[in-house]
Design a protein around this ligand. Structure first.
Ligand code: ATP
Ligand code: MG
Length: 395
């Protein structure tokens, strides 16, 4: 018997251009019926390995076409992947072990064969709609940038806020700013937002943190920028479990296109793992000799500790056109750093203070400030360098 119990009806959901991965030869008969218009690609169970939503919009599996154990293992691996696509499994034989693994997926459905074209359409419609509404629909691999200050007050939080804002405005990216200064982070105050990420409650049950919980922790700043920040708590660094912090970062990277971390300067149990998981590390320095020396040491320490070849980039903040008293020039600063700075950010106390007082990014309250322009240049430079590096790696 075929999969369809009755003649195909016209598909009620437009599948035009939808990329469907079809596992099982019998599914080809659906191409002219309920799946008309979709880009159907035939594949084997091995295609599920590491499959993400960037690669296809939906996976359709004919369970009868594969050995149950083999399929169950592949589905289990898929559920562990970063942002897996929705899965619809059909078939006459749907063993419990297989179904249990299917249920690990956030978006999955089952249809017992034989089914009608309408039933198939309804199941597809449900999954596609859920997929579109899901918070986790990264357009590709998510990117994570860590921002940290060489010395206290160098402007790490200010720049993390502006970088996140610039990234959200750039293309159609969903961005999350995560303030990892758990005890007394300032990002929520600078943005005039509330800090709602209560990590201490999780104790050792970090695995309970999932996408739904992350959404409950997140405070929307704009339609494309969310903030994750811990409410003020002097004990937070002790009470928030290492695994809970890393789990938040992991889920955030699965949920958003771009994650910006405001990382405390002093090393915590999770600091190196957070930095190791980042694509870029930006060390913010001022143009004073002590700050430059600290920036150089901190960059060396991070580079040595990670040992992955990732080189922190130094951003010189609060460049003033007219210095009061002796201050290093940009060239002198780079000599002291023994490396080039990736960008310099102008000083604009009025814009920085006014925005912090009003609550919101400088880009919103003082869009004409040089800080905004300089941050845009910084972001474009980091993106361009990353693209060049990726291209070299691929070559
Ligand atoms: N480019 C700039 N021009 C003028 N003022 C700035 C600039 N960048 C930051 N500031 C100001 O410097 C002060 C310190 O900034 P911020 O809180 O961002 O530093 P930080 O490195 O995060 O500090 P902390 O070590 O406390 O985390 C704030 O008053 C901020 O408004
Ligand atoms: Mg700060």
């Amino acid at each position: 018997m075929g999969l369809l119990g009755s003649k195909p009806a016209a598909a009620a959901v437009s599948l035009a251009g939808r990329r469907i991965l079809a596992l099982g030869p019998a599914l080809a008969e659906l191409a002219d019926g309920p799946l008309a218009g979709a880009e159907l690609t035939a594949a084997g169970v091995e295609a599920l390995d590491g499959l993400t939503r960037g690669a296809c919009d939906l996976v359709l599996i004919d369970a009868d076409a594969w050995k149950a154990e083999e399929l169950a293992a592949a589905v289990k691996a898929l559920a562990a992947a970063k942002a897996p696509p929705p899965v619809l499994m059909v078939g006459q034989s749907l063993p419990a072990g297989l179904v249990r693994n299917l249920l690990r997926l956030e978006q999955a459905d089952i249809l017992e064969a034989p089914f009608s074209a309408d039933q198939l359409t309804a199941a597809l419609q449900g999954l596609m709609a859920a997929g579109a509404a899901a918070p986790s629909a990264p357009s590709g691999a998510s990117r994570c940038w860590a921002v940290t200050g060489a010395v206290g007050g160098s402007g790490a939080t200010t720049l993390a806020v502006e970088i996140a804002t610039a990234m959200a405005a750039r293309g159609n990216l969903r961005v999350c700013l995560i303030d990892l200064n758990l005890a007394d982070g300032a990002a929520a105050a600078y943005l005039g937002s509330t800090a709602a990420m209560r990590l201490a409650e999780f104790g050792s049950a970090a695995e309970r943190i999932d996408q739904a919980m992350l959404q409950a922790f997140a405070t929307p700043v704009s339609d494309r920028l969310d903030l994750l920040a811990h409410p003020r708590d002097p004990q937070a660094f002790e009470t928030a479990a290492h695994d809970a912090v890393l789990r938040v970062l992991e889920i955030a990277c699965e949920t958003y296109d771009q994650v910006i971390l405001d990382v405390p300067r002093h090393r915590r149990a999770w600091s190196l793992e957070a930095l190791a998981g980042s694509d870029e590390v930006l060390v913010i320095s001022e143009l004073t000799v002590p700050a430059l020396l600290a920036a150089r040491s901190l960059s060396d320490e991070i580079e040595d500790a990670l040992g992955s070849g990732l080189k922190p980039r130094i951003v010189l903040n609060r460049l003033a056109s007219r210095m009061f008293g002796p201050a290093p020039s940009m060239a002198e600063a780079e000599r002291a750093l023994q490396r080039k700075a990736i960008a310099g950010i102008s000083s604009d106390w009025e814009a920085a203070a006014a925005s912090a007082n009003l609550g919101g990014p400088i880009a919103q309250h003082r869009p004409k400030s040089k800080i905004v322009k300089d941050v845009q240049v910084l972001v474009e430079r980091v993106v361009a360098e990353a693209a060049r590096r990726d291209a070299q790696r691929a070559a």
